[in-house]
Design a protein. Sequence first.
Lengths: 189, 311
Amino acid sequence: MKSLYHSRPLILLGVLGFWGVSLVEMTPQVLEVHKQVDNTIDPVLEAVSLWQGSWDLFAPDIDHWNTRVECVITWEDGSETHWSTIDWANASAWERMRNFRRNEYFDDLIANRGALLWPAFGDHLVRTLTAGENKNVRWADLIYLGETLLPPEAHWRKAYITPQFRAPERFYSWYPHEISESEIMLFGN
Amino acid sequence: MKSPSLKSCCSAIDRFLLAPGDLRILNVIRPMFGLFLAINLLFLWPDRHLFFGAEGLIPDDIYGEFSNTSWKISTFVPRNVWGVNAYFLALFASLGSLIVGFSPRMSALLVFVLLSGLYNSNTLIFDGEDTIFRLLAFFLIFAPGPLELKQSGLPGEQGSTPYPIWPLRLFQVQMCAMMLACVWQKLRGDVWIDGTAMYYVFRLYDYQRLALPEFFTENLSILKVMTWSVVLLELSAPILIWFKKTRIPTILVLMVFHLMTDLTMNLMMFHWIMITGWMSFVSYHDFSALFSMFSKRDQSEHVEAPLLSTN
């Protein structure tokens, strides 16, 4: 085994090859040829789980918004149950660590491909929030709250304060069964 | 026949990769890596079925959309309660084995395979920190274990056959390349150029941890200095760290930067795995000197007490 560590051709091929493909992957694609090479090696790197992307940590831009997801379950008797993602402004250090991964998920839930996730998320929330209840769910609304951070010269927002969210926006309604348009009209949701 | 410049280039590459090296710092990096990854995964443990089970947030009908084409949990076990539990436990067992240094290369291989499988199973919840963990796990596959390093001896020792330096170079080059790539990306963004990046960072409420005094967060000039300092550090550190004279100060600045940022920003174990990576630039000699400085101080306190009392 140790002789392999000293095998010059093997080491040069392996190490320099790895650094070469990493360089192609890490650097921004300015030239067309760069893009083509990157498109060729990306599937290979993904197949061997050695992809690393372009290291755009907080770059080139930074998120300019704070978000929160809420859910309102409406029961058949008309009563409501409310749920929301963690209130980061008042969360403890432990809660922040505990919810870090969930936050990554919620970021995706309200991003481009999020619509694919909504039915399963609705199922999960309703399943969790209705456990032990002896009444039926009429529907559940998923709601998005957002705050946009304007440039400091346009509006100076203090740090470490609770976000001033815009009016809530419903982005998905979950129903316990396939629902017709007339039923939606009837219940007014 | 090779030209002189090509020849000198080849010999420089040979020296950089194949010269005998003191790789003992890898015996420090390995358990640090294992410990920080274990902490990271322990926070994921309560949500394992939610994020990786077929009954969770990614059911089978959308699994293909949010997982990679490479190997994943379902390659090895079914995505049910039993399968996900078994997968996590196997990963923890491999990590334990890596931390204690039992069959370190095989343990690293297992950690890399299982960790990659985890990441490949859910592309929604992992970020840059996890990419570093995965890559360092891969590099550890090539890191000789403590026993092998002891048996091979050190460079310059009589009768020794030391390992070449390249397993350590994998860590070093990765850390520097990563940081330079970050700078490149930052320089393409307006907020890092106009100096307002830190203004936004301190106002993203999901990343906050300990609050800095208003002096830092409510003064645009200070925020601009902080923004540009980050860029300057990320640009200079990967260069200065290669020179003997500037290495130690650079490492110290990096450590302070990562620890301070970790105190003020919630990025899970990102800064801890970065510190682990930068450890590849610390010589084992310096590390053990620092370590023994503290242990000697402890020892001297223990020794002096009875001497004083007998006088």
